[in-house]
Design a protein around this ligand. Structure first.
Ligand SMILES: NC(=O)c1ccc[n+]([C@@H]2O[C@H](COP(=O)([O-])OP(=O)(O)OC[C@H]3O[C@@H](n4cnc5c(N)ncnc54)[C@H](OP(=O)(O)O)[C@@H]3O)[C@@H](O)[C@H]2O)c1
Length: 284
C-alpha cells in the first residue's frame, strides 16, 4: 500500500455527514452519493447511529473518516471533545454549518454554532464555515410550517427583507467544500439572490400553494408566549424570538455572493422554491 492509499487526500476518503436526516444533511448525503462519494450518514435515527450526548457512538462513526460535515448539537457541551477525537482519528477536513450573523448573536442565542466555529479554528485541521440566511424550507419543513398550515404566520420580524436560501444550494455548496480544494480557512455567507419581506414570502407561497395564508408582525414577547403555549420550552422559545427580532436591525438583509463564490452560479430564487415545495398536511 502506498502512503497515498494509506492516507488519501481528505477530499477522496470517507465523508461523515452529521445531522444526516436533517434538512441540509439528507440532501448533502444524496448529492455526495450521486457524485460517487463514499458517505457515512449519521444521526440518532439515521443509517449510522450517532448521538452527540452518547460518547459510545463517537468512535464507530469516526472510523476511517477523512472529511466531515458538522451540524452541531442543541447545546455546545460536547463539541470540543468530539472535534478533538475526530482530529485524532484522522479527520482532516471540517465543514461547519453555522448561521449568518453568528459573530453578533452567537454566544447569546446560538452558542452551539459559535462554539463549533471556535473549536474547528483552533483544532489544527482544515476548516470551512458556511453561514446561511434563513432557509426557504423553514416554511414547509421546519419552524414556520405548523403556523402556515393554520393560515397565519406571526413573527417579530416587521418588514425587514430576508434573502432566504434554498437548502438545496446549501447542500451543493457543502458538497463542493467537502470534495474540492481551495476553501480552507474561508467563511462563506450563503443567501438567496433576492431579499423579500416575510409578508411577501408568505404571499408568494399562498399563491404558489393555492391556500389562504397571511403574515402578521408581533412582538418578541408575544411570539415567545405563542411558542411556549405550543409547548416549546421557555429558553429556546426566547432565543428564537430574540434571533428573529434581531433580524429587524437589517444585519442579514442584503444578498451575499457566497453561493456564486463556491459554485460559480447564482443561488435559486425563492419563486423556484415556492413552485417546487408542497406543504404537508401532517403536523411536524
Ligand atoms: N433553519 C434555518 O433557517 C437555519 C439558518 C441558519 C442556520 N441554521 C442551523 O442549522 C442547524 C440545523 O441544520 P439542519 O436544518 O440541516 O438540520 P435539522 O433539519 O434541524 O435537523 C437536525 C439534525 O440533527 C440531528 N440531531 C439532533 N439532535 C441530535 C443529537 N443529539 N445527536 C446527533 N444528531 C442529532 C437530527 O437527526 P436525529 O433526530 O436522527 O438525531 C437531524 O438530522 C441548526 O444548528 C440551526 O441553527 C438553521
Amino acid at each position: 500500500m502506498t502512503d497515498n492509499a494509506k492516507n488519501p487526500p481528505a477530499a477522496d476518503g470517507l465523508i461523515l455527514v452529521l445531522g444526516a436526516t436533517g434538512k441540509t444533511g439528507r440532501r448533502l448525503v444524496t448529492r455526495l452519493r450521486d457524485q460517487g462519494r463514499v458517505v457515512r450518514a449519521a444521526s440518532r435515527s439515521g443509517e449510522t447511529r450517532f448521538d452527540w450526548y452518547d460518547r459510545a457512538t463517537w468512535a464507530p462513526v469516526l472510523d476511517g473518516v477523512t472529511a466531515l460535515y458538522l451540524v452541531g448539537p442543541p447545546e455546545p457541551g460536547p463539541i470540543a471533545d468530539f472535534v478533538d477525537r475526530a482530529a485524532a482519528a484522522g479527520v482532516r477536513r471540517f465543514v461547519v454549518l453555522s448561521a449568518r450573523g453568528i459573530e453578533v448573536f452567537g454566544d447569546s442565542f446560538e452558542p452551539s454554532m459559535a462554539e463549533a466555529e471556535r473549536v474547528v479554528r483552533e483544532a489544527g485541521v482544515d476548516w470551512t464555515v458556511i453561514r446561511p440566511n434563513n432557509f426557504s424550507q423553514n416554511f414547509d419543513e421546519d419552524i414556520f410550517a405548523d403556523a402556515l398550515r393554520e393560515g397565519r404566520l406571526a413573527l417579530p420580524v416587521g418588514d425587514v427583507p430576508e434573502p432566504f436560501i434554498d437548502v438545496h444550494d446549501i447542500a451543493e455548496v457543502a458538497a463542493a467544500l467537502l470534495t474540492e480544494d481551495g476553501h480552507t480557512g474561508r467563511v462563506y455567507e450563503l443567501s438567496g439572490p433576492r431579499a423579500l419581506s416575510f409578508a411577501e414570502a408568505v404571499a408568494e407561497l399562498a399563491q404558489a400553494w393555492g391556500r389562504p395564508m397571511r403574515f402578521e408582525h408581533i412582538t418578541a414577547d408575544a411570539y415567545t408566549a405563542e411558542l411556549t403555549a405550543a409547548e416549546v420550552p421557555a429558553a429556546p422559545a426566547r432565543a428564537l424570538a430574540d434571533v428573529l427580532a434581531w433580524l429587524t436591525e437589517g444585519h442579514n438583509a442584503t444578498p451575499t455572493t457566497g453561493v456564486r463564490d463556491v459554485l460559480g452560479r447564482d443561488p435559486r430564487d425563492f419563486s423556484e422554491y415556492a413552485k417546487t415545495s408542497a406543504p404537508s398536511e401532517r403536523p411536524l
